[in-house]
Write a protein that binds this ligand. Sequence first.
Ligand code: NAD
Length: 480
Amino acid sequence: MLNLKMYINGEWREAINKEKRNVLNPATGEIIAQAAEGTIEDVREAIQTAKEVFNSGIWSDMPAAERASYLFKIADKIEENVGELIRLETMDNGKPLREAAYDIADAAACFRYYAGLITKPDGITYHVSDPIQALVVREPVGVCGLIVPWNYPLLLSVWKIAPALAAGNTIVYKPSEVTPLTPTKLFQIFEEVELPKGVANMVMGAGPVVGNEIAESEDVDLISFTGGTKTGKQIMRAAAGNLKKLSLELGGKSPNIIFANADFETAVDYALFGIYAGSGQVCAAGSRILVEESIYEKFVNRFVERSKKINVGPGNDPNTEMGPLVSEEHMDKVLRYIEIGKEEGARIVCGGNRIKGNGLENGFFVEPTVFVDVKPSMRIVQEEIFGPVVVIEKFKDENEAISLANATDYGLAGAVFTNDGAKALRVTKKIRAGITWINTYHNTYNEAPWGGYKQSGIGRALGTYGLDVFQEIKQININL
Ligand code: NAD
């Protein structure tokens, strides 16, 4: 059994009150680790450390190329430990090894991306008024509170940690309480590359206790949060005291629009990938498939036929195509939504149950589930289920597709499938979402900004935008 501790000021530490929390393997229900259950006092200590280290200038004043060299070393170490990281990611999250391998490779690439970016010139000088020149410079924000969910335990952490450190900030980071394994390994790597003590601090524990203290603390200058929209709103309120900078990556209910003139099999393939990758526990999941009337029946039949063939099993079995849900609590939430859908009058044409046979009875497995005969006002159409549950709606024409696509409070992602390039661009531009795909789904690149419109968030991760979040901009007016 693994014993996981917090990492504060370069020391591995239990919580002050020595409390621990069990961490489970969602494929078997077995306890695989015990993690420190941090208290408010632990968080305060981590924040004070981060503040003192930031003010010391040891990291914030270090030349960018030197900071970058640490990030390059971290990327190398991630690759050296890739096998262990993949195994750990699958152990507490449950995702298939193949998906974990992709995420870990991407995490190394993200460190390299920001290591490179921070050393590139971005200076601006304005000749504002003789003889005065205005120089625009970027500086780190200060102490950054980074709070992440469980669906991409390592990768989403790195999307925040890499740009925050590259920019010269110090951090107080909190992994999800259900997936602390790969975050712990990442902090072991920080220790191995001798990242200066106190630059990166990790606290663990309950969101409403540990996470809330990070959000409320007047000594934290910025919060970068990824998680549910409801939690995002709580964090926004908690962060108002000292008007922290905020970056919020929240939930979604993303439309996947399939026109009759799309390549049919390509559309089916990506629609399956769009909802079942990560067992549907993906913020950008294509959880609402909108299909043009003339191919609706054919599409539903093929989609259901393929959904029934998906090999559901433990993530560490190489034949598994879809793993379990992350926890019993989350599985119960997804199963409740399936009941809600039935009560609302929607019709299940595939799945709808927990999987109990084939040695999966102790894990948290749910069948790929497809609802038809839905109305836009139904909760299963409006609310994020975050599981392998999809609704398939019918539309008559382009205008109806766009209006259905935009008919939720979310605006994270959306996709369009058609062989008509002009139509693809026209419809994509009308989708009120920050991430869109044409004839593909789920592609994510370190260079390209990630984030949502409407209640899917504020700000963007990744790319130069993801670095902007962690930098203040100053003008220096020079009279020489
Ligand atoms: P969650 O909001 O329950 O928890 C996320 C993190 O916030 C966890 O570390 C949790 O401990 C912490 N937390 C909980 N309550 C808190 C509080 N009051 N104050 C401070 N911190 C608190 O989300 P989850 O269930 O872990 O993750 C699923 C959600 O994340 C989904 O809604 C999904 O769409 C969203 N998500 C969004 C993106 C994106 O990029 N937009 C990516 C992945 C996941």
